[in-house]
Design a protein around this ligand. Sequence first.
Ligand code: PEP
Ligand code: MG
Length: 755
Amino acid sequence: MRGALGGPRVLLRRLREVMAEPVSAQDRLDKIVVLIAANMVAEVCSVYVLRIDATLELYATEGLKREAVHQTVLKRDEGLVGLVASEAKPINLSNAQDHPAFSFRPETGEEIYHSFLGVPILRAGNTLGVLVVQNRARRTYTEEEQEALQTTAMVLAEMIASGELSALARPGAEPAVRHSQQLNGAVLSDGIALGHVVLHEPRVVITEVIADDVPRELKRLEVAIAALRADLDRMLEDGELADGGEHRDVLEAYRMFGYDQGWLHKMREAVTSGLTAEAAVERVQSDTRARMLRAQDPYLRDRLHDLDDLSNRLLRVVMGRDHAPSRDQLPDNAIIVARSMGPAALLDYDRKRLRGLVLEEGTEHSHVAIVARALGIPAVGGIDNATGLVEPGDAVIVDGTAGHVHLRPRPDIESAYAERVKLRARRQAQYHALRDKPCVTKDGQKIDLMINAGLLIDLPHIDDTGASGVGLFRTELQFMVAHAFPRTNEQYALYRSVLDAAGKRPVTFRTLDIGGDKVLPYIRNETEENPALGWRAIRLGLDRPGLFRIQIRAMLRAAGGRELRVMFPMISMIEEFDKAKEFVEMELTHLRRHGHKLPDRVEIGTMLEVPSLLFQLDELLDRVDFLSVGSNDLMQFLYAADRGNARVSGRYDPISTPVLRALKDVADKAAAHKKPVTVCGELASQPIGALALVIAGYRALSLTPSQVGPVKAMLLDLDCKKAQSAILPLLEKPIGSVSIRHQLENFAAAENLPL
Ligand code: PEP
Ligand code: MG
């Protein structure tokens, strides 16, 4: 390296000695800047640390005025130092004063220095500070010098992350690395959890940053790379899916990066400059993460994610740690933090210690979110770089109601949330006390409250809630959380367990409702322009009768000697119902012929989710044994508003005249045909929605288990006749405003109904 005394390795060796000295944090920093300046033949070396108020404070300098230390504070976007911090990229200039971002602070005396090399102090892609060298002469720092300074910055990153510098900070101006922050994401599963961070993929903790023996470290790196490549080749050849069901194309991307010369060169270079093999992998990974966090292009972000994953794998190989530590050693109050996670992985955790989940990826409809909801674990997704921001053991609050994560919360936030948790627990206890009370309104109307379910882990909810049955069993969930198509006997076993758990209480099984947003990872689907209107649910069932019939057979066999209630999703015309029913009859005949024990009774119904059925009600009701209104899909089709698109899904109120007119018509016609009708969409799960539905004439609702308590509490206080006379006339009148939520709220307030 031109101009450097003894090169980067000598510098790193000296730094290691300084790191081991029993001196104060300030003395250590002061020694470090002197060493760096001398080694790089620079007149100035300064360390700026990013503070919790998003400013950069000068913590140490060699060359600038000493009085400026802890006095000079730059805004995060101020000057060249601010630019290095915000872009997380080095800036290398022979004449800094020509740069448009240049600004100088007179108290530092830096105006006499022309050349400037600033590098970000990065950890897991996050900027912790900036390290700068300056010279009077207009010189250009070589690439090697820049590389050496970045390597040195890594040592400083470890020092800042260790918390050692906090002692030097004024209250309110601590280093940002450990500050409390609120992160905003998407609600995956409702509820509030307080606990401590457990990384799903534990970070490999690097204890040795500086190499003793560079050739040995280079060898370690080469051996690890070769092992990584062999591993990837083997997985691709065996067609084996990696952890979490990654797809083949992800493995292909890994393999491509595994041979990427640019990546390998950077890591070798970092080792050559004096880092251990593992520190070199982490140093290059940190740059990748910083780029990933700033990349706008989704394709590029995905690729950088892949590269980040691959770096994690390589780190484990280098450190000889192939597997994550055992999941049984989970601390109490564990909040799992992960990039992404498959549903099976979540189920592997000890439920008693698992409190919450935070994901970088993951949406409301992701499979892991479905499982989190079934387990009743608050979860928030879409938190950028969550795994990079946390440290294992950090205190964290997951607010799955608002979609916030409070990392290292301030005491006032923590106590406010602790209060909310207590309040929720008290309410739960009140709801629990209602469990065995019959659900009858004040004026004697009996309302059937059932639950929606879909997984084995949902079954305890039947007893916990005191529900009168399972009004909707979403059979697709078993398919969605599996890695491969569940075999007939697996389907049979699940249905049988559900019927056993329900005992005498009815269970309504819905046949597979896949397609749309419910994708099965192991089935290659053609991309559809409008998946919600596409080849899904019963359409798929009727076109692939093999699949459909296997499922029907499993249900019929599981219900041998009992009642089977089966319904079809997304029926849009009576012919589809007839055809689907025919398959059930064919299977019955088949089983009878083979001497199987048949159900005592088979009730066949349909979901009402497609508006076309509203105009075939008489014909439909003549055919079906029961109807179940899927208000989620029915709403999206009635208002032509995608239920998965937050921009439009909340735009139209389901508690509105057009929807309730349609729903009342369904309830009236069902009553006239003496056919039972239930509502199983989300509308029934909110007390105000349930109120509207009971007013419209519904006497059976199927709810998310956690909502049985609140809905029941409302119904027990309701005078149904009074509510009907207050609200039903509104449906007859010409529409003034479409939503009638307000009128319902007023009624509830006047009646003291808990909504
Ligand atoms: C519905 O559409 O209301 C329904 C209950 O089905 P899912 O939410 O599973 O589509
Ligand atoms: Mg639906």
